[in-house]
Design a protein around this ligand. Sequence first.
Ligand code: DAH
Length: 341
Amino acid sequence: MTLLLFLKSLQRKAEKELKEAKELKQLDDIFQKYLGKKGELTAILRSLEKLPETKRAKVGKQANNLKNLVKQRIEVKAKKMRLVKEVAKKTDWIDVTIPGRKPLAGHLHPLTQIKSQAEEVFQSIGFSVVEGPEIENEWYNFDALNIPKDHPARDAWSTFWLKDSKLLLRTHTSPVQVRYMEKNNPPLRIIVPGRIFRHEATDASHEINFYQVEGLMIDKKVSAANFKAIIQEFFKRFFGKETKIRMRPSYFPFTEPSFEVDMSCLNCRGEGCPVCSQTGWLEMMGAGMVHPTVYKATGLNPKYWQGFAFGIGMDRLAMMKYKINDIRLFYGGDLRFLNQF
Ligand code: DAH
């Protein structure tokens, strides 16, 4: 075999080995095999001077070309391998056989749970759940409810006004009564759970925002006796036990007559304890028979319709159910408190 042919076969061999090399170590071996001190190509290059001059130039050129080719291929491939290794080192390694870690499951806020429970009970006795906006105007929050401007009754609802506008944060859920009566004809039977806002100092029983469940029932003959029966049934189903209620005369501009409804204290069964300030009773809601002015404001004729409305303090329901003595706990976001529900 001529030297030139031998070089050609050497090249084919080297190229094949380079292609198959998978490790840096293999590249090293290839380098030694061809270009090391005892390398096959090195031997040829060394023997060049012994060749007759006529052959030397041609074979020399071919041999040097092969030397450069092998060197370059090794360099390029080694560089690639190093890069892949480095990336692999940085990438987190995943062991797919490790058992999965359970995601932490959260749960609904206690007030949200109370809201759903109250909704369920009222729905079970035929009420629909309706919502309204938290940002209101004076008409719905006050005027339509028979609380005109400059009327002292407005003082009962310390109001957050929105800057540079006539809008306010609703101080109760009663405006939704008006919105609903405007758009729907009796018979009506709705509850309105929702968030409300009061511009007041906070303490164990006052927050600047809290929740109410408004109720409204209007038909041809709906009486205060119906109201009492329905509320008694609500408490019974909501608390899961017989509770006594009592109605005391009160005043709200949008009802006539108006009453305040107390529930017998579940903590002491009416005997008197710190939860009920030793009275045996807890104030749970305001209520009354819808005032003629409210019918008129919503386009209904008070001659044909009559009904009752009420506003339950939802936080009170929660405090009673879970025996909590500070309303602020619901809004503090303290997980030690929330995790208990
Ligand atoms: N809106 C009243 C309040 O926030 C509660 C209330 C009283 C609602 C009597 C009513 C009602 O629907 O008839 O203090």
